[in-house]
Design a protein around this ligand. Sequence first.
Ligand SMILES: C[S@@+](CC[C@H](N)C(=O)[O-])C[C@H]1O[C@@H](n2cnc3c(N)ncnc32)[C@H](O)[C@@H]1O
Length: 245
Amino acid sequence: MAGAQPAGAENAFAAELFQPLPARYDLLAELLSFGQNRRWRLELVRHITAARPHRVLDVATGTAGVAIEIASRSQAGVTGVDISESMLQRGRERVHASGLDSRITLETGRAEALRFADSSFDAVSFTYLLRYVADPTATIKELARVLRPGGVMASLDFFAPPHVIWRTAWRVYTRVALPAMGFALGGGAWWRVGTFLGPNIEGHYSRWSLERITDAWREAGLEDVHAQPMSLGGGVVMWGMKRRA
Ligand SMILES: C[S@@+](CC[C@H](N)C(=O)[O-])C[C@H]1O[C@@H](n2cnc3c(N)ncnc32)[C@H](O)[C@@H]1O
């Protein structure tokens, strides 16, 4: 995309962080979130499939969990894009095992600079992405660019519980239990993720409040933008529709 920044330090960091994770990613994503990841993901997918899209783009698709759910619950063809080739490799195995090869295509790409023409998709989803990009506003704009007017965009990410009691419990979990459980179940690479996540999530929302992210969606041309914190604020699902010209 013209004007997009070249791959930078954030991209290199994400590619390196996720490189060793795919083998255990799907199991540990569920275990370490106590099954909440699946609940949040299904809520995201519900917003996408309700629009009855034909062409869906799933960005930061990773091991294709969201792409598989969307294809399973709709007639859509899904293109999944991710910066990590190792995550995509595992995703291709999972797509094949699901019997959905004819409707899901996975390819390497950066959310910041998508290779698709304007308005190419009826729906765009992205998950756990904005904490890994240098410029969330520009990235949201780029995601919205490839969405057709009237199309739906939906996202999912971790969130930090706003209530002081749940925030305290969440801090203990993310600072102590998550790294320890990550190490016990997945070894050193998951210890690293476990120690990284809590401070990363809090740091991100201290700069990018939900209000600021919602404004960025609106500036990118989305309307009826909603943000729904889930599981006491451990996750947040967002959705909106691209303004018709
Ligand atoms: C936590 S995983 C989520 C995978 C999948 N969406 C899911 O819900 O299971 C985050 C993914 O974002 C990808 N990613 C990070 N930065 C990216 C970027 N700038 N463009 C595309 N993908 C990116 C990582 O490679 C990783 O696969």
